[in-house]
Design a protein around this ligand. Sequence first.
Ligand code: AHG
Ligand code: MN
Ligand code: MN
Length: 338
Amino acid sequence: MHNNRTTITQYIIEEQRHVAGATGDFSGLLNDVVTACKVISNMVNHGALVGVLGSAGQENVQGETQKKLDVLSNDVFLKSNEWAGHLAAMASEEMEAIYPIPARYPRGKYLLTFDPLDGSSNIDVNVSVGTIFSILRRPDDAAEPTEQDFLQPGTEQVAAGYALYGPSTMMVLTTGNGVNGFTLDQNIGEFILTHPGMTIPAETREFAINASNMRFWEPPVRRYVDECLAGREGERGEDFNMRWIASMVAEVHRILTRGGVFMYPMDEKIRAKGQGGKLRLLYEANPMSFIVEQAGGAAITGRERIMSLQPEALHQRVPVILGSRNEIERIQGYHRES
Ligand code: AHG
Ligand code: MN
Ligand code: MN
C-alpha cells in the first residue's frame, strides 16, 4: 500500500540526476539536514518527558534568553552536519561567530546557515515551532572560511527549507525549482512527499502582524492594516481575517497553504534599538523569501526585494513583508508613495 510513496531521500536523489556533473555532495548535505530535523522533531514531540522545556539560563548574541531547545537544536545541527565533508562552515542565529568545520573532518564546498528553533517563545506553551535553513556555495575553497563568505545576497542561495513541528512534522524545501512539502511518517522515520508543487494564491483576505506594535508602525504599514480592518465598508470593500502565531515558520506555512500576508516591518521601537528589523536576514528572511518566491509569492523589506539585499553582517536584521503577490505589490506601492 505504501510502496508507491516518494520519500524525501528518493526525491533528493532523483533531483540530483537532473543536474549535470552532480557529485552527490549536495544530496548528501540535504540528507544530513533532514536527519537533524528528525532529531529535533523527536525532542520537541517528547517535550517535558525528556526535560527539554524551559530556559537555558543564558543569552545569545542577539541578547535574547535562550531556551534549552534553542541550545540543544543548535547542537544537533552542528553534530549532524559537520562530519560528512560537504560543508566548509556553518552559521547560526544562536552562535556569535561562524563555525568552521573542525580540522578532523574534510571540508566541502557548501555553507549552511540556520535558525535551529524558530518561534521559541512557543515551546513551553506547546504551540508550533520550526527550523529554518539555507545552503550557499562557498565563494573560494582555497582559504580558511570567514564570515565574509556568508555575506551573499539571497539570490545566491542553492537551497532553502524549513521543518515545521506542528500537529504533524513537515519539511518544505526548494532548490530553486519550485517548492515541495513532505510529511514525517513517524512509524517509518521518513518524510513522504505529500505537498508537491506548493503555490501561494496571488489574492488573499488574511494578514498576520503583531498588532501590539501598532503605535510604532510607519505610515505605509498603518495604512495597509487600517484598510484591512475597515473591511467591507472601507477602501478595500472586503472583510479581512487576522492571525499571529509568533512562529515565522508556522505563519509562512499557512501562507503556502492558503495564501496571506506576513509582516514584521520596521518600526520606531526597532529603530530606537538601532536595529534594522526584527528578523534575521541570513537565518530567517532570505530562506523564507526564497521559498515564498519559488511558490509564486513575493518578499520585500517595504521598498526593496529581500533577496537582492547585500548582507553587511552575519546577524543583520531586516524588515520582512511577504506572501501573496498582489497584496505585497500593494504594500510596496504604499511605501513608494509615502
Ligand atoms: P526566534 O524564536 O528564532 O527568535 O524567532 C521568533 C521570531 C519569529 O518566528 C516570529 O514571527 C517573531 O519572532 C515573533 O515576534 P514577537 O514575539 O515580537 O511577536
Ligand atoms: Mn526565528
Ligand atoms: Mn530561533
